[in-house]
Write a protein that binds this ligand. Structure first.
Ligand code: NDP
Length: 306
């Protein structure tokens, strides 16, 4: 058997999988068997774990091209120890994820999804009136993690009349109020939008204390990773009325959503679709392919992670 240089790890979108098979004869990790010699670049599907076990299975591995800007699925420290470089797909998904974040902010304030269910249940037809909601104008939107997507969300919401506040590890050169901790940001926010990376360093950054600082009128939107929010604490706070509602695109144990959330009208639940548009997913796939081609040609990645 000839040894291709590229291997597919985990499920990939058809456009990317077809290109990898066509251009690089890339097998899936499951099909490689013992023929691992020369397998140099692993292309990982969004969320597929690439840790020590996967690296052990590919002794010649030199690069991991990850489909996604978040790379908490890749053990970057282990990769670094082994001299394996890692790329992600920044920038090309910023607009799509920012759009979806804004959609969730609007939904938790104006309750679009819950009002839709009200109509479908026949409650409007039966003479019911949907309760009044809240508007973006005059709301303080706190961005937790003012990176590429966080900034794009802030820029979109300012023209709506929102006041922007933020917390990141360091203050940025922006006109918005910096808060020195997630707790301080939550206390100042009507809606807090979580847009940090996932992984160990941000695990439960939004804990029970931060949720309580948002308060009974406060709303939480999480488009980052499920690990960033203490999901049990969030469920308890919703059940006890200590927070007003939440818009969630990501969960601690995807695709499992806490059953306690499914029947609640004060939460908007999305199946991790932040970047899931035709245009953005194709752009992400192209960037993965560019990274693979550049690494095979020159030993360099186009978008290496820091
Ligand atoms: P960036 O790296 O540009 O931004 C991340 C921001 O988070 C930075 O401003 C950084 O602050 C901040 N941050 C990191 N660690 C902490 C911390 N411990 N406390 C507070 N702030 C912190 O990434 P992007 O904006 O491109 O993407 C952000 C994340 O969005 C991704 O990592 C991914 O998890 C998520 N995402 C979700 C998607 C979805 O489908 N739901 C799709 C795409 C992305 P500083 O600059 O000060 O270090």
């Amino acid at each position: 058997m000839s040894h291709p240089l590229v291997v597919r790890v985990g499920p990939l979108m058809p456009f990317l999988e077809e290109a990898l098979v066509r251009d690089h004869a890339a097998p899936s990790l499951a099909d490689v068997g013992d023929h691992t010699e020369g397998l140099t670049v692993a292309v990982a599907g969004g969320g597929t774990l690439v840790g020590a076990a996967e690296m052990d299975a590919l002794p010649d591995l030199a690069a991991v091209a990850n489909f996604g800007v978040g790379y908490d699925n890749v053990d970057v420290e282990e990769a670094r120890r082994r001299g394996i470089v890692v790329s992600n797909t920044p920038d090309v998904l910023t607009d799509a994820v920012a759009d979806l974040s804004v959609a969730l902010v609007l939904d938790v304030l104006r309750q679009v999804s819950a009002a839709d269910r009200f109509v479908r249940r026949g409650e409007w037809g039966a003479g019911g009136r949907y309760p009044l909601t809240r508007e973006v104008r005059g709301s303080v939107i706190g961005i937790l993690g003012l990176g590429r997507i966080g900034r794009a969300v802030a820029q979109r919401l300012e023209p709506f009349g929102a006041t922007i506040a933020y917390h990141s590890r360091s203050p940025k050169d922006v006109p918005w109020d910096y808060h020195t901790s997630p707790l301080a940001l939550a206390a100042a926010s009507d809606v807090m939008v979580v847009l940090t990376p996932g992984g160990a360093s941000t695990r439960h950054l939004v804990d029970a204390e931060v949720i309580d600082a948002l308060g009974p009128e406060g709303l939480l939107v999480n488009v980052a990773r499920g690990s960033v929010v203490d999901e049990d604490a969030l469920v308890t706070a919703l059940e006890e009325g200590r927070i007003a509602g939440a818009g969630l695109d990501v969960f601690a144990d995807e695709p499992h959503v806490p059953p306690a959330l499914l029947g609640r009208d004060d939460v908007v639940l999305l199946p991790h679709v932040g970047s899931a548009t035709v245009q953005t997913r194709e752009a992400m796939a192209r960037l993965v392919l560019d990274n693979v081609a550049a690494f095979l040609a020159r030993g360099e990645l186009v978008t290496p992670v820091a």
